[in-house]
Design a protein around this ligand. Structure first.
Ligand code: NI
Length: 167
């Protein structure tokens, strides 16, 4: 396994729309394993392939406290969205920034697993938020895109300054 570099907002590559995975083979399984390792190391609770500059529709999520519930979603599609919840979100591509985002409370998502089998889950709470946040990444959307223009400008300038200091 290997740690993968994570793109940082406002990198334009985060705006790319990812293509469906057409064939689930060892390279996809390795990508999922590397992404999981990268997510745990960061540490974070979700990572989309877009964030490691691979523009394929694959996300990994683990919302457990003890890294015991790794979930891999290939070609995830939201079938239904119900209710709403607003919680503070952060993102490994937007380090140090947290803000409130409104999401659906309950979602049903269908996807392929690492064996290429069709799966579907209905869930709510944090996992539902995480699924929506990561699918957004596959569509080129970062959570700050849901915030006001003024906040986006402030966040961009703050992160650009940070990268100048650390680069
Ligand atoms: Ni994110």
């Amino acid at each position: 396994m290997a740690l993968l570099p994570i793109l940082r907002f406002p990198d334009v590559r985060l705006k790319k729309v990812a293509a469906p995975v057409t064939h689930i083979d060892d390279s996809i399984r390795k990508l999922a394993a590397d992404m999981a390792e990268t997510m745990y190391e960061a540490p974070g609770i979700g990572l989309a392939a877009t964030q490691v500059d691979v523009h394929k529709r694959l996300i990994v999520i683990d919302t457990s406290e003890d890294k015991s519930d790794l979930r891999v979603f290939i070609n995830p599609v939201l079938d239904s969205l119900e209710g709403s919840q607003t919680g503070e979100e952060g993102c490994l591509s937007v380090p140090g920034i947290y803000d409130k985002v409104e999401r659906a409370e309950r979602v049903t998502v269908h996807f392929l697993d690492l064996e290429g089998k069709k799966q579907s889950i209905t869930t709510d709470g944090l996992l539902a938020v995480c699924i929506q946040h990561e699918i957004d990444h596959l569509d080129g959307i970062v959570f700050v895109d849901h915030l006001s223009q003024l906040k986006q400008v402030r966040i961009k300038s703050r992160l650009v300054k940070q990268s100048r200091v650390t680069a």
